[in-house]
Structure formats: structure tokens, C-alpha cells
Design a protein around this ligand. Structure first.
Ligand SMILES: C[S@@+](CC[C@H](N)C(=O)[O-])C[C@H]1O[C@@H](n2cnc3c(N)ncnc32)[C@H](O)[C@@H]1O
Length: 342
């Protein structure tokens, strides 16, 4: 059930379960999906059984998630990509019976492959082991473990950005005739002998991203009423910006089935894309709506008259109506409101 829905001129946000909202999106209509999946039993976002983060076991998580992956495959335009952000999960003695690592990243890739996706690209995103050690107190990262028995020492756990491609020819090429005209990340490359775009591409194409600003997240940028939300880990804006640049065109429709506080949409709108987001938890959804409205305001203020053409000038619902699915959801929400006597 869709608890709430709100629209901007270039975005639509739904408060509800992705398993129920995704089937309403027409097939082959989404240009790019960027998101971080909720991790099974690692963080608790809410107490809802619809929350994928509340699955009791890994098997349960992947049974639930299979449905999302199948829907992503259906709604994506052929030749286009899903870019998801994830990390491997530490196995814990109390929960898993042993201390070690679980190949969550690999399990996700294999699940996408089972649904027909092609494993397209992977970036490893460096994270500081000292910060992880301080935050998690993981035995394998402690300096004292080196002194005691280093057979139990391990590497820190990085993030990954995994891109999976839907087979088929991409009907709308993502062309950058001017090369890479801006750079998202730390220590931007300098223009040596006029090869700036090449140097930027070298950094974007690096299999390990050492230059993602971990602190550039939405909570930091627009922190307002998030202090009560302890568990959300907003996706770094640099990562989203790189994914949107590489794998979408301006005005493309970007989808996040796990929108959280709206980071993916925030960047998509800033970069002139359209956005559809779904989030289960109401307080995150409310924050996402505020963030999306803020991003749209910013994007509009940056636009020249020339750029201000469709769809930005259209009424908020026009482009969703074009997608052919807004009305059915709107009607259903209205019916439910009437049932409840609202
Ligand atoms: C890793 S967080 C996403 C954070 C987001 N990338 C951001 O930067 O704000 C995962 C989100 O998925 C949401 N979620 C979990 N199960 C869901 C479901 N079935 N449908 C929609 N959202 C869900 C959680 O409430 C949580 O906000």
C-alpha cells in the first residue's frame, strides 16, 4: 500500500514497499537505477516486516530481494544499468557461529545474473580501516591483535559500486562529446597539457576509487531533523554523481527503490535528470521529500532559459502520465484515503 506520494516538476516520491510500487512502473521505462540495498540484519531501519533490513536470515533476505531484482530487470531500458552500492558483511560469532566475512557483494551480483543482468563494471571504494576499527571495534582490525595473534587480523571492509547491465542495444547513447567537463571527488586532476578530460577519465575508470569524499553526504550537506535517525548511512554524493554522469543523460529517469533520505534523487535532480524514489520508512521519506524539493529549487535556479524546456516546465504530473502509471497509483491512494475517511 502506498502511504503517501508527492511530486515535484521532475520527481515523484512514494512512501511504501518497493515490492508493491515497482510492479506499477511500465517495462523498459527507467534509464538508470542507483541505490544502496538495505543490508540483511546489519542495520535496523524500522520494525516493519516489509523492511528488507529486518530479514532474519540471509536466505530470507535473498528470497525477498529476488523480487526487487526481477522488477528492476523489467523496468529498465535495454542496454542501460543498475548501479548498486554495497559492502561485504562481517560474520559474527553470536549470529553466524564464526568470525569472518560474508560475500554479500558476490551474492548480490549472482542474484542479478540469475535474473538476466550482465555483470558490467565494479569499483572498489577505499575506506579507512582506522575509522572502521573505531566504529565497529572489530577484533581483526585492532593493533593489539597484531601483537597478540595476527592470524586473526584482516583488511578493512571497502564499499563497492557494482554496475549490472540489462542485455540489448541501448536506444539512446549516453554521449559526452565534450569529454568529462566536471569532476566529482577529492583532489581533482589538474589540466596538464590540455588533457584534463583524459585525466579525469583515468580517475573515474580506476578500479579502486581512493578519491571519494566520504563526508560529502546529504545528512552533512542538509542535516536538519535527522538526529533521531541513527541507522541510515546516506550514500556518498560523489559516488552517485559519477554513476549519473557515466550512465545517464540529462532528463533521463533515475530510479531508487530504497530512497532513504533521497541522496540519489538529490544528485539526479541537480544534474538535470528526473527521479522516481520509493521509501518504506515515513520519517526518511519525509526527509527525502524535503531534500528533493530543495534540489529541484537549486537545479531550477542554476538553469538558463534555454535549458528550461521540457520536462522541467511541464506540470509536475505530465511526464509521469507519459510513463502511464501515475494515475493508477493516485487513484488507489485516493480510494484508501476515502476508506479511512480522510
Ligand atoms: C541503505 S538505506 C538507503 C539510503 C539512501 N541511499 C540514502 O542515501 O539516503 C536503505 C533504505 O531502504 C529502505 N527500505 C527497506 N526495505 C524497503 C522496502 N521493502 N521498500 C522500500 N524501502 C525499503 C530502508 O528504510 C532504508 O531507508
Amino acid at each position: 500500500m502506498i502511504v503517501d506520494q508527492q511530486f515535484g516538476r521532475a520527481w515523484a516520491a512514494y512512501c511504501g514497499d518497493s515490492c508493491e510500487v515497482l510492479p506499477r512502473i511500465p517495462e523498459n521505462s527507467i534509464h538508470l537505477s542507483v541505490f544502496s540495498p538495505p543490508f540483511a540484519a546489519l542495520y535496523t531501519y524500522s520494525n516493519s516486516e516489509r523492511d528488507l533490513g529486518n530479514c532474519r536470515t540471509d536466505e530470507e533476505f535473498f528470497r525477498h530481494f529476488e523480487f526487487i531484482v526481477a522488477e528492476l530487470f523489467r523496468v529498465l531500458i535495454p542496454g542501460r544499468l543498475v548501479a548498486f552500492h554495497c559492502m561485504n558483511i562481517p560474520a559474527m560469532k553470536e549470529r553466524d557461529g564464526y568470525i569472518g566475512l560474508k560475500d554479500f557483494r558476490g551474492d548480490l551480483i549472482r542474484q542479478f545474473q540469475r535474473q538476466g543482468f550482465i555483470f558490467h563494471s565494479e569499483h572498489c571504494i577505499w575506506k579507512d580501516p582506522l575509522i572502521e576499527a573505531t566504529r565497529t571495534k572489530a577484533l581483526g582490525l585492532m593493533h593489539k591483535q597484531i601483537q597478540k595473534d595476527s592470524s586473526m587480523c584482516r583488511a578493512g571492509i571497502p564499499d563497492y559500486l557494482i554496475a549490472m547491465r540489462k542485455p540489448g542495444g541501448n536506444p539512446e547513447p549516453v554521449a559526452h562529446p565534450e569529454g568529462i567537463t566536471s569532476f566529482a571527488g577529492m583532489n581533482p586532476p589538474r589540466d596538464a597539457e590540455g588533457n584534463l578530460s583524459h585525466n579525469r577519465w583515468r580517475r573515474y575508470a580506476s578500479p579502486v576509487w581512493m578519491d571519494v569524499d566520504q563526508s560529502r553526504t546529504l545528512q552533512k550537506d542538509s542535516a536538519r531533523e535527522d538526529r533521531d535517525e541513527r541507522h541510515i548511512a546516506p550514500l556518498q554524493l560523489d559516488v552517485i554523481e559519477r554513476a549519473c554522469f557515466l550512465w545517464s543523460n540529462p532528463k533521463d529517469v533515475v530510479l531508487s527503490p530504497f530512497m532513504g533520505i533521497g541522496s540519489e534523487g538529490y544528485v539526479a535532480l541537480e544534474m538535470g535528470r528526473r527521479f522516481i524514489g520509493i521509501e518504506l520508512k515515513q520519517s526518511y521519506y519525509a526527509q527525502a521529500v524535503r531534500n528533493l524539493a530543495h534540489a529541484e529549487e537549486y537545479a531550477n535556479s542554476q538553469m538558463t532559459l534555454l535549458e528550461c524546456e521540457a520536462p522541467m516546465q511541464h506540470r509536475s504530473d505530465d511526464w509521469l502520465r507519459c510513463l502511464g502509471w501515475r494515475d493508477s497509483i493516485a487513484e488507489e491512494t485516493l480510494e484508501r484515503a476515502e476508506e479511512k475517511g480522510i
